[in-house]
Ligand binder design. Structure first.
Ligand SMILES: Nc1ncnc2c1ncn2[C@@H]1O[C@H](COP(=O)(O)OP(=O)(O)OP(=O)(O)O)[C@@H](O)[C@H]1O
Length: 303
C-alpha cells in the first residue's frame, strides 16, 4: 500500500526525514509513531505528493509518487494536521464543495454520500451549522468525513485524534476499526504510545527523521519467556522457586519459564497464595525506548 526507499527530506541544514524505508501492507492499521518534530507530518506530506522529496522513492498503491498522483490519490483518503474548511459554510456544504472539486463520485449520489459520512463521524446532527461554530474536535471529525467521501482503499491520517476529548478519541478509534473491518488499510501518525498500542497491528517508530523500528505489534510485544506472578509473599516464592526468580517489585515477581500453569502448580502446592499470573511481555513503551534511546522520552507515555 505504501513503500518508500531511502526517502529523504532536507530543509536547509535540517534533515527532517532521513532515509526511511516504510512498508505498509494491505490490511494493516499502521501506527507511525514519533515525538513532535521527528518528521511525521513531513513524511505524510511527501506520501501524498504535497511536498517533493529531496531524494528517494515513494510507491502508493503500487504506483510511483508524485508522478501517479492524479490516478492514485482519488483512492486515498487523507487527513493532515489542521484540516482547512470554510467557516461561514456548514459542514454539509464544505463536504459538498470538497466532493465537487475532486474526481469521481456522481453529483446524483452526493447528498446521500455526504449524509453517510457525516453519520459515520458522528456529525449528522450538526451538519447544517456553520463550521466556525464547531469545536476543534468537530472540525477534526469533519476532516475525517472528507477523507471518507470516496470510500478510500487507504486512509492516511496525521494525528487524527488531535484536539478530541476522551469520548471523541474512543469514537474515532471505533470508526477506524469499523473501516478496517470493511477492508480499508489505515496509516496513522501519532505521538501517543497508548493510542498506537490499542489500535495498530503494525508499528513504525521515527526518531529524529530515522525509522528506528518497524514490525508487527504482536512480534514487538511477544512473550519474553518469563512468567509474572502476583503474590502477597514474594520472599516465599523466591525460596520455593530457587534461582528462577529474576526480578521482584512489591508483590510482582518475575519467574524464568513460560509455563504459568507449571509455576502456579508449584506455588499452590507449597501453600503460597497466587493473586494473578501471566506471561511477561514488554510494553510498547519499553520496546520504543530500547530502539530509540533517550530522545523518545518526548514520546508521550501511557498514563
Ligand atoms: N517547511 C519547512 N521548512 C523548514 N523546516 C521544516 C519545514 N517543515 C518542517 N520542518 C522541520 O522539520 C522537522 C520535522 O517536522 P514535522 O512537522 O515533519 O514533524 P512531526 O513529527 O510531524 O511533528 P509534529 O507532531 O509536531 O507535527 C521539524 O524540526 C520542523 O521544524
Amino acid at each position: 500500500m505504501i513503500t518508500t526507499r531511502r526517502l529523504v527530506k532536507q530543509f536547509g541544514r535540517l534533515r527532517a526525514v532521513d532515509g526511511i524505508d516504510l512498508d505498509v501492507r494491505a490490511g494493516d492499521i499502521y501506527g507511525f509513531l514519533g515525538a513532535n518534530g521527528s518528521g511525521k507530518t513531513t513524511t505524510v506530506r511527501m506520501l501524498l505528493g504535497l511536498v517533493l522529496p529531496t531524494s528517494g522513492e515513494i510507491e502508493l498503491l503500487g504506483s510511483r509518487m508524485p508522478r501517479a498522483g492524479r490516478r492514485v490519490l482519488p483512492r486515498v483518503g487523507a487527513l493532515i494536521e489542521g484540516p482547512a474548511h470554510y467557516g461561514h459554510l456548514s459542514g454539509r456544504e464544505n463536504l459538498a464543495l470538497l466532493d465537487a472539486a475532486g474526481p469521481g463520485g456522481s453529483w446524483r449520489t452526493r447528498r446521500a454520500r455526504i449524509g453517510e459520512v457525516l453519520e459515520q463521524v458522528g456529525l449528522a446532527g450538526v451538519g447544517r451549522r456553520p463550521v466556525k461554530a464547531y469545536s476543534l474536535g468537530m472540525r477534526q471529525r469533519l476532516g475525517l468525513a472528507g477523507a471518507l467521501l470516496r470510500r478510500p482503499e487507504l486512509l492516511v491520517l496525521d494525528e487524527p485524534t488531535n484536539g478530541l476529548d476522551p469520548q471523541g478519541i474512543t469514537e474515532v478509534r471505533e470508526l477506524l476499526l469499523d473501516l478496517h473491518r470493511e477492508g480499508t488499510t489505515v496509516f496513522l501518525s501519532s505521538h501517543l504510545l497508548a493510542e498506537v498500542e490499542q489500535l495498530c497491528s503494525r508499528v513504525g517508530v521515527l526518531d529524529r527523521g530515522r525509522l528506528v523500528l518497524q514490525d508487527e505489534l504482536a512480534a514487538l510485544t511477544a512473550p519474553t519467556g518469563s512468567t509474572v506472578v502476583h503474590t502477597p509473599t514474594p520472599d516465599r516464592v523466591r525460596a520455593v522457586l530457587d534461582g528462577r526468580v529474576t526480578a521482584t517489585d512489591g508483590e510482582r515477581v518475575v519467574v524464568r519459564g513460560a509455563d504459568p500453569a507449571e509455576v502456579n502448580a508449584r506455588l499452590v502446592g507449597a501453600g503460597i497464595a497466587v493473586t494473578a499470573l501471566s506471561l511477561e511481555r514488554p510494553t510498547l513503551e519499553q520496546v520504543v525506548l530500547a530502539a530509540a534511546g533517550t530522545s523518545t522520552d518526548r514520546v508521550e507515555a501511557p498514563r
